[in-house]
Design a protein around this ligand. Structure first.
Ligand code: HEM
Length: 415
């Protein structure tokens, strides 16, 4: 890759907690070089936006996600940082080495290609049910498609997998929203985490009393004494459920939200699919590249000093932020990287991460996206955005990349 001459960007770049203009912030980070010092809600870290460097770091044993073992800032962060939950939970997301393999192994089989394919009819049924509900919206009326379609689908799917009763869906949703909100005070975030754990404990107690054929019950069984001892501690059990619920909700919501927004604001792209020049999976991949559901992912830590291209180094113990959205639009990686082009030959991206922590739910998310988009546009071919894309407000988050609402007219007003 060509060397970057770093223009004068103020260092550290202080990230806007509300991410009001994420594209501009990502441009600034890229302009500062392959990796640059940032301040994320008061915590110093390195944002990495160069795809080649980022892939190297994501596969290097010198980079860890285990804050307890490898981040001197950990104790302070758990007391005072609004994102404490992201670094303090004990599950595969924050594990290193053998612990990571063990924790990922407890749920990985449920996400195999075969198991995901077997889930397709369930996903199709959920999608069709939601679309039938939308038929009742009168022509010309504006409906919030994020609320009525993008949210309920992944919630129903993860609820089905985990065995969370539908009646609990809305409660979890509000709590998960706040996990991704990076404008909360530390006290608000801690209060939200406390409420999430109370709900998880209630779920675990209910499943212990009446186990089902679901992932929550299977994880609980692993946490109980068996012939080979316990494979999960009580804390790991709670935090693995926490991860599954968080990872499975908001991200897929954003994928559907962003894809619908991009297609409705660029009719020529939708025509490529309708006229057979691109597939729905092309739309999913280009959306993941152009507007990935996760903008930045906190945090990783240098286990040793790591030299940087062009000089300097990330010192042992310093924190690293994987800036996936900025990397996906790096000009060294894609021509005209800011353009949404479903017919691009190469749509490579880092939306699901890379290396050992690569998203476990990627195949499921892709399948949900494909089913949701194909069936939505088949059922509502004349749908249109009710406000211009530029007027849609982003969610207040450095992590989650979606809109607060997605106002859509499903059918034009009757003549
Ligand atoms: C479009 C939707 C999704 C996106 C963009 C997404 C993105 C990501 C990203 C960026 C990571 C972190 C990689 C890293 O450490 O840097 C991740 C990890 C993970 N995701 Fe997803 N995800 C999505 C959907 C899902 C779904 C539906 C599930 C499960 C139901 C899921 C489960 C997980 C799990 C368990 C991890 C942790 C893997 C590990 O640390 O080994 N994700 N995902």
């Amino acid at each position: 890759m060509p060397q970057h001459s770093a223009p004068a960007v103020p260092v550290p770049v202080v990230l806007d907690p509300a991410a009001r203009d994420a594209d501009a912030e990502h441009r600034l980070l890229r302009a500062a070089g392959p990796a640059t010092r940032i301040d994320i809600l008061g915590v110093p870290a390195w944002s990495v936006t160069d795809p080649a460097l980022l892939k190297n770091l994501l596969t290097s044993p010198d980079v860890s996600k285990d804050a307890r073992r490898h981040w001197p800032g950990f104790e302070d962060a758990v007391q005072t940082w609004p994102l404490a939950l992201w670094v303090a939970a004990t599950n595969m997301f924050t594990a290193y080495g053998g612990d990571h393999r063990r924790l990922r192994g407890t749920v990985a089989p449920a996400f195999s290609a075969r198991r995901v394919a077997a889930l397709r009819p369930t996903v199709e049924g959920i999608v069709d049910g939601l679309l039938t509900g939308l038929e009742a919206v009168p022509p010309g009326e504006v409906t919030d498609l994020r609320e009525r379609f993008a949210y309920p689908l992944p919630i129903a799917v993860i609820g089905h997998l985990l065995g969370v009763p539908d009646s609990r869906g809305d409660e979890f949703r509000a709590l998960v929203n706040d996990v991704f909100d990076t404008t909360l005070t530390p006290a608000e975030a801690a209060g939200n985490a406390g409420r999430l754990y109370t709900m998880l404990d209630a779920l675990i107690a209910a499943k212990r009393a009446a186990p089902g054929d679901d992932m929550a019950s299977a994880l609980i069984a692993l946490s109980e004494e068996g012939p080979e001892g316990r494979r999960l501690s009580e804390e790991e059990l709670r935090d693995t459920l926490l991860l599954m619920i968080n990872a499975g909700y908001e991200t897929t919501v954003n994928l559907i939200d962003q894809a619908v927004t991009l297609l409705l604001s660029r009719p020529a792209q939708l025509d490529h699919v309708r006229e057979g020049r691109a597939t729905w999976l092309d739309v999913v991949e280009e959306t993941l590249r152009h507007s990935p559901p996760v903008k930045h992912l906190p945090l990783r830590y240098a286990v040793a000093d790591i030299p940087l291209p062009g000089g300097g180094h990330i010192a042992k113990g310093e924190a690293i932020l994987a800036s996936y959205a900025a990397a996906n639009r790096h000009p060294d990686w894609h021509d005209d990287a800011d353009a949404f082009e479903v017919t691009r030959i190469t749509k490579e991206h880092l939306a699901f991460g890379h290396g050992i922590h690569f998203c476990l739910g990627a195949a499921l998310a892709r399948m949900e996206g494909e089913v949701a988009l194909s069936r939505f546009f088949e059922r509502f071919p004349d749908a249109g955005l009710a406000s211009p894309r530029e007027d849609l407000e982003p969610v207040a988050s450095l992590i989650s990349n979606g809109h607060r609402s997605l106002p859509v007219r499903l059918r034009p007003r009757e003549a």
